[in-house]
Design a binder for this molecule. Structure first.
Ligand code: ZN
Length: 82
């Protein structure tokens, strides 16, 4: 079952790591922030992806990409062309 990291407050997958701000010795108290509600947290919550295609994860490739590539590589196509 695919899992996705999400905001512990609103469960949005639109979260990002802000660890780029750890310029000093001490690490910033909160490293994660939610784009949806602006909630800051030190660790994202993990949940099952609500969408089986993983489309609620902005980093996931759209479903069907692999199939499309395989279709391009069809040997019949390569042999018949030109
Ligand atoms: Zn949120």
């Amino acid at each position: 079952m695919p899992e996705t990291s999400c905001c512990p407050d609103c469960e949005s997958a639109q979260i990002y790591n802000t660890s780029a701000h750890t310029m000093h010795d001490r690490v910033s108290e909160y490293n994660w922030k939610c784009r949806e509600c602006g909630h800051k947290f030190d660790a994202p919550q993990s949940r099952e992806a609500k969408n089986p295609l993983g489309q609620d994860d902005p980093t996931a490739p759209p479903n069907g990409t692999v199939a499309a590539k395989l279709d391009e590589m069809d040997p019949d196509d390569l042999g018949g062309a030109a």
